[in-house]
Ligand binder design. Structure first.
Ligand SMILES: NC(=O)c1ccc[n+]([C@@H]2O[C@H](COP(=O)([O-])OP(=O)(O)OC[C@H]3O[C@@H](n4cnc5c(N)ncnc54)[C@H](O)[C@@H]3O)[C@@H](O)[C@H]2O)c1
Length: 253
């Protein structure tokens, strides 16, 4: 079954999507454009952004190459919105080679935390003043199945996504009264380009049997885009600080 597009529901809205060159971010950017939004699409990969632009062919798309873990690039992304930010999809993320705690390298830890967690905080921090002034803001952070349990990734990725959930709830708590809603979507397995190499024999032994027997059929990126866009829309008006498990039921196992 395909997702039904709700043409016009984001008319007049400016929405930032990070990691918009591939997978869930790209599907979200494409859907938002088809539903009337002006989209500030950012990604570390210029070729992926160029491909999105050539496929979309619309004036409503602004592409901003940049690394979300760099404050200067966060500033660039927010500046491109031009003083109006109705929505933010904190989507850019990377995995951690499934390293268990004893095998974590400082380099891996810093990179994964920087991209998956610190960047989300910095983007939220940067857009909040505009959203508070407008008394309107819709933020969706990409968490993960690994944000609510172990057994779905390495330790670092799991910590970063648990952090995303804390960031989401705390932001919702502090700024709900200012018209800002902040929610998270937690995907299970999704067919995208995310790189997920197993680099630990022990992790393979522990995670292999769980993954082979418990993960439902991987979802399509468009199915996650539908969940994200619902949280950006006014159909979720009473929803703030929640974690929407969009995982085909994996969390029930
Ligand atoms: N695919 C899954 O199974 C799955 C499961 C749970 C959660 N997620 C989460 O969903 C989000 C999207 O992942 P995806 O599966 O679509 O991956 P993807 O690799 O297909 O797309 C992610 C995009 O982010 C970009 N990116 C990576 N690092 C960046 C950086 N530092 N700055 C800017 N852009 C950067 C990449 O170039 C890529 O285009 C991530 O936060 C990921 O953790 C994915």
């Amino acid at each position: 079954m395909s997702n039904s597009v709700d043409a016009g529901r984001f008319n007049g809205r400016t929405i930032i999507v990070t990691g918009a060159g591939s997978g869930i971010g790209k599907a979200t950017a494409v859907r938002l454009l088809s539903e009337g939004a002006r989209v500030i699409a950012s990604d570390i990969s210029q070729p992926r952004l160029d491909e999105l632009a050539s496929e979309s062919a619309t004036d409503s798309l602004v592409i901003v190459p940049g690394d979300v873990s760099a404050q200067a690039d966060v500033d660039k992304i927010v500046a491109a919105a031009g003083g109006r930010v109705d929505g933010l999809v904190n989507n850019a993320g990377i995995m951690d080679a499934f390293l268990p705690t004893a095998e974590i390298t400082d380099e891996m830890w810093d990179r994964v935390m920087g991209v998956n967690l610190t960047a989300q905080m910095r983007l939220i921090r940067a857009v909040l003043p505009t959203m508070i002034d407008a008394e309107f803001g819709r933020i969706v952070n990409l968490a993960s199945e690994a944000g609510i349990k172990s057994g779905a990734s390495g330790t670092t990725y799991s910590v970063s996504k648990h952090g995303v959930i804390g960031l989401t709830k705390s932001t919702a708590f502090f700024y709900g009264p200012k018209g800002v809603r902040c929610n998270a979507v937690a995907p299970g397995a999704v067919m995208t380009n995310i790189e997920a190499p197993f680099q630990s024999a022990w992790a393979g032994e522990r995670l292999g049997p769980i993954m082979q027997t418990t993960i439902p059929t991987p979802a399509k990126a468009e199915e996650l885009a539908a969940s994200i866009c619902w949280l950006l829309s006014e159909d979720s008006a009473n929803v703030n600080g929640t974690v929407l498990m969009s995982d085909g039921g994996w969390s029930t196992v």
